[in-house]
Ligand binder design. Structure first.
Ligand SMILES: Cc1cc2nc3c(=O)[nH]c(=O)nc-3n(C[C@H](O)[C@H](O)[C@H](O)COP(=O)(O)OP(=O)(O)OC[C@H]3O[C@@H](n4cnc5c(N)ncnc54)[C@H](O)[C@@H]3O)c2cc1C
Length: 370
């Protein structure tokens, strides 16, 4: 190489290889997935750069953040609840210490029975030993009967809670900024340069780029083959004229006490896939609420987001089948709060120790469809 080439090489390197712009991992997306993964990697002494375009809304920003340990319809335990919930609670408790604020709240979640049959089914299920830790067998009638219709009583789930997702994400972003680990910009996939053992994006070099783009991974040219079945959801923040609740309740819609108001949600729409709140979404939620709430409802806020749900309802983790410098951590679906910390550990074990992923979350379950 002559000296002119040397200079040229040197000039290219100053941008790409300057230590300031060199990270172990670049993470695209600062939603729940990207944030939980970033911190899990930092705990392993890895350097990260988290990139987010800071859109006004996202699935994580609108989520009520509920952790319901049971599936109400069938009264079964939520998938992997015994494993994921303790890890999730411990992760968010650690964040509270780190960021000196409370984000995760334990709150009983009451199912208001629609009929005798549903109440009987709950009682029967609450006697099954594998549900002892998750649903209470007592049927209660202690709520405000004037403003709530529930002639068949209510019973509570045990160990439920919620994460103030948007507040935690804001706080965690400030932490990343202080660590010089955050960049506010749109990530352009066309600017990816794959090298032998690294990847360069703009002036940033890393061992891998990990995509945590939520539903927008459907537009990522490297991972657009993943079988997302994304779902739009809408949530209202409301005030009641008289009704006061300390606990969360559910009867075809959930109501969650939240910062002096209540979250009322959520809708599921598989056809209209944008993040714009709609009149139909609002009407649907108010109609569902009117079936059990007899009170004036004032709407404070109305938001919509798109959940990164997957055809087989399991997360999407793994390294690109051809480009080992690119990976994905996604598909948290309707339960990101509970699932993210446990599966971030799995993702970190994969990329740092080459530990195999559980088959049901590994993207290689779909590589033959690519
Ligand atoms: C109405 C509603 C209610 C919900 N309620 C709950 C609930 O009660 N409990 C629960 O656990 N889950 C709930 N969820 C689901 C939960 O929101 C998701 O599981 C989780 O937030 C997904 O997180 P994510 O980080 O994968 O995606 P997202 O939150 O979508 O984050 C992706 C991030 O990537 C960024 N991004 C994408 N592409 C680019 C790019 N090219 N350049 C830069 N940045 C980019 C986006 O700006 C965004 O910040 C709800 C979802 C909705 C819509």
């Amino acid at each position: 190489m002559d000296s002119a080439d040397n200079k040229k090489e040197g000039a290219q390197k100053t941008a790409a290889d300057n230590n300031q712009n060199r990270y172990d991992f670049i993470i695209v997306g600062q939603g729940l997935a990207g944030s939980v993964l970033a911190y899990t990697l930092m705990q392993q002494n890895q350097t990260v750069l988290v990139i987010d375009e800071e859109a006004k809304t996202s699935s994580s920003k609108v989520a009520a953040g509920l952790c319901n340990p049971v599936v109400f319809k069938r009264l079964t335990k939520s998938w992997m609840i015994d494993e994921v919930l303790p890890i999730a609670k411990s992760f968010y408790r650690d964040q509270e210490k780190l960021l000196d604020n409370q984000f995760y709240f334990d709150v009983p979640l009451y199912k208001l029975f629609v009929d005798e049959k549903e109440q009987q089914f709950w009682k029967q299920k609450s006697n099954e030993p594998h549900l002892f830790d998750w649903i209470d067998n007592k049927v209660e009638h202690s709520f405000d009967k004037k403003h709530l219709t529930y002639p068949f009583g209510a019973a509570k789930t045990l160990q439920s809670g919620f994460l103030k997702t948007a507040s935690w994400l804001e706080s965690f972003k400030e932490y990343l900024k202080k660590k010089e680990a955050y960049l506010s910009t749109k990530f352009d996939h066309n600017k990816i340069e794959l090298r032998d053992n690294s990847v360069v994006w703009n002036s940033y070099t890393a061992k891998k780029i990990i995509f945590c783009e939520g539903y927008q991974t459907t537009k990522n040219p490297y991972f657009d083959w993943l079988p997302f079945k994304i779902t739009k959801g809408e949530v209202l923040t409301v005030k009641f004229k008289n009704l006061e609740l300390k606990n969360a309740i559910n009867k075809g819609a959930f109501v969650l006490p939240y910062d002096g108001n209540y979250k009322l949600g959520a809708t599921y729409n598989w056809d209209e896939l944008d993040q714009i709140p709609t009149g139909e979404g609002k009407e649907q939620l108010l109609k569902r609420a009117a079936r059990f709430i007899n009170d004036e409802i004032e709407i404070i806020e109305h938001k919509a987001g798109v959940r990164p749900t997957v055809s087989d309802r399991r997360p999407l983790l793994g390294v690109h089948p051809e480009h080992k410098q690119l990976a994905v951590f996604n598909g948290l679906g309707t339960k990101g709060v509970m699932l993210a910390p446990y599966f971030a550990n799995k993702m970190v074990s994969l990329i740092l120790e080459n530990e195999e992923l559980p088959i049901e979350v590994n993207i290689n379950r779909f590589t033959n469809t690519k």
